[in-house]
Design a protein around this ligand. Structure first.
Ligand code: NA7
Length: 538
């Protein structure tokens, strides 16, 4: 219940969310001299790395670029143990940053923001939370995460199930004992793959319910010794410069190799070489044609299909695990470690819910059209309402009193994923129509967006201005550009969370700007240099 207060506490900015972006937002805005109140639903910092503590959770970006760049001291003192650290290490890192920069002081934990209403006469946001508190803020920073609103498909009769149901994005802190248990896993995206490969050796039996088979890349994850760490740290400044200037915010970028002009043998050797890096560079650090050209895409698809098939003993199981309905890289490509080998274990069964759909949950498990599958625990690795979900779950009302949820039901609108026309002084990170929403090494984009936002706020203050909002014209221009670039890629041809098509009733639309982190950053810099031309300020 929201309790009405006569004179709510006034702050300069409310920051919602204490993940990578929210923490950095608190730091930068406080540094700029603003009074900041952060709110976070969890009991500590970390965002994605707080909530997703399922077995096997791990970053698919290299540790040395999945970090903050703002403090030389931090860069020097923090030691990453390996190339792709597991969730506990990334969570430890974020806690270390929070402690070092006293970020917790500005954040109220265990508190969910429920509503933010723009008061156009006062030119301020009225923000209320689930503790019945209300605040008045000049600026609102929604750093609620692009992949933070869990998608829990409404399976029939799930309440009848006598066992335990757990969504990977809400994993219990105390952990789960799998020994001897019959475990069902629904979903084989990046998360499902990490869970399945990790718990397969621990469970009594596992039944995997797969709807769509994905392309994957085997992860190469060397441990770092002191020499390796020293070498990476020596390059950190150069790396920071680099990641902001590549297509996907990683340290690798598109290459100019003419794969199609090669002999079949040379082409295979080149693909093998890229694949052997064991990172996402095979996808977004190879050649751009993979996302633009059907012919090139088919070459990549065929290569990865052969790699997958070679690892699975039973050809019938291989038929199900080899993707058959989309091209390589048109949905998120997970990195994996011994994922396919799990299906060679006698206690792991794969059920195609495309061929035999889930009918209902029963007391003892899940019934598909082929029969009942007994489970003690069912893991929902069913993903998120990406890009929009965390924003539309808060009752955000702009100038005309229209909720963002209703406005976006008509069609998502943002200006570069940073602001929305009609919602003055509201800033967002990882929102639709910026690369941050999907096509980015996320920390690269989040830091770039927070830097842009804090520079914008500093500019307003220095100029004696109080309000900023994109004009309808500039917003329309950006949306048209986003749609034009999207249509040039192969991504809209495939169903995935990239397109919002994983959520029933959500309009199909490419959520992330696919024009490149480098291009997007240049456009943001240009706006800043031109003093936010096209934005209405007062
Ligand atoms: P994803 O990639 O959205 O994967 C969710 C999985 O759950 C995927 O295999 C879905 O099948 C499956 N799913 C969703 N709903 C259902 C229903 N109703 N029945 C059966 N199967 C279903 O989420 P992740 O958590 O794996 O990854 C999200 C991102 O987080 C990831 O890309 C990284 O960037 C980090 P589908 O493919 O839709 O047929």
């Amino acid at each position: 219940m929201t309790q009405v207060q006569s004179s709510p506490r006034q702050v300069d900015v409310v920051v919602v969310g204490a993940g990578f972006a929210g923490m950095y937002g608190v730091h930068r805005l406080r540094e700029a001299g603003l009074s900041v109140q952060g709110f976070e639903a969890g009991d500590s910092v970390g965002g994605t790395w707080y909530w997703n503590r399922y077995p096997g959770a791990r970053v698919d970006s290299q540790s040395y670029i999945y970090q903050y760049w703002f403090s030389d001291e931090l860069l020097k003192e923090w030691d990453w143990s390996e190339r792709f650290p597991a969730q506990p290490e990334t969570e430890r890192y974020l806690n270390h940053v929070a402690d070092k920069f006293s970020i917790r002081d500005a954040i109220q934990f265990n508190t969910r923001v429920e509503a933010a209403i723009w008061d156009d006469s006062a030119k301020r946001w009225t923000v209320s939370n689930d503790r019945g508190e209300t605040l008045s803020a000049q600026f609102l920073l929604m750093s609620t995460g692009g992949l933070s609103a869990p998608n829990t498909p409404p399976f029939k009769h799930h309440e009848k199930f006598k066992g335990q149901i757990i969504h990977t994005g809400r994993w219990p802190k105390e952990g789960v004992d799998f020994a001897g248990k019959k475990v069902g896993v629904i979903g084989t995206g990046a998360t499902g793959i990490q869970v399945i490969q990790t718990i397969a050796p621990l469970v009594g039996q596992m039944t995997v319910f797969q709807r769509t088979a994905n392309y994957t890349i085997p992860m190469r994850n060397p441990q770092y010794d002191d020499a390796a760490r020293a070498e990476l740290k020596a390059r950190s400044k150069a790396m920071e410069h680099r990641v902001h200037r590549t297509f996907a915010g990683f340290d690798y970028d598109w290459q100019s190799t003419d794969l199609m002009a090669m002999t079949p043998e040379a082409r295979e050797a080149q693909l093998d070489e890229w694949f052997a890096d064991g990172s996402l560079s095979f996808w977004i650090g190879s050649i751009q044609g993979v996302l633009l050209d059907e012919g090139i895409n088919a070459v990549f698809s065929d290569f990865v299909k052969r790699k997958i098939r070679a690892r699975i003993h039973d050809p019938k199981v291989a038929d199900l695990l080899v993707p058959d309905d989309h091209g390589f890289g048109t949905r998120r490509v997970p990195l994996e470690t011994k994922y396919y080998e799990a299906y060679n274990q006698p206690n792991v069964k794969l059920v195609s819910v495309k061929a035999t759909p889930i009918v209902e949950f029963t007391e003892r498990g899940i019934r598909t059209t082929e029969g009942e599958h007994e489970c003690d625990i069912v893991i929902f690795a069913t993903g998120f309402d990406a890009g929009t979900g965390a924003l539309t779950r808060v009752d955000i009302r702009g100038k005309d009193g229209v909720s963002l949820k209703d406005a976006w039901a008509e069609g998502i609108r943002t200006t570069m994923g940073l602001q929305v026309h009609g919602y003055p002084n509201m800033f967002m990170t990882m929102a639709p129509f910026s690369p941050a929403a999907a096509f980015c090494n996320v920390p690269t984009c989040l830091q770039q967006q927070i830097d842009w936002i804090s520079d914008c706020v500093k500019y307003l203050r220095a100029s004696g201005l109080k309000v900023i909002e994109p004009s309808l014209e500039i917003e329309n221009k950006w949306i048209a550009h986003h749609d034009e670039v999207s249509a040039m890629t192969l991504i809209p041809k495939t169903n995935s969370w990239y397109m919002g098509s994983n959520i029933e009733g959500k309009k199909r639309r490419l959520l992330a700007y696919p024009g490149g982190v480098n291009t997007y950053r240049a456009a943001c810099e240009d706006l800043k240099a031109k003093h936010y031309e096209g934005f209405e300020m007062a």
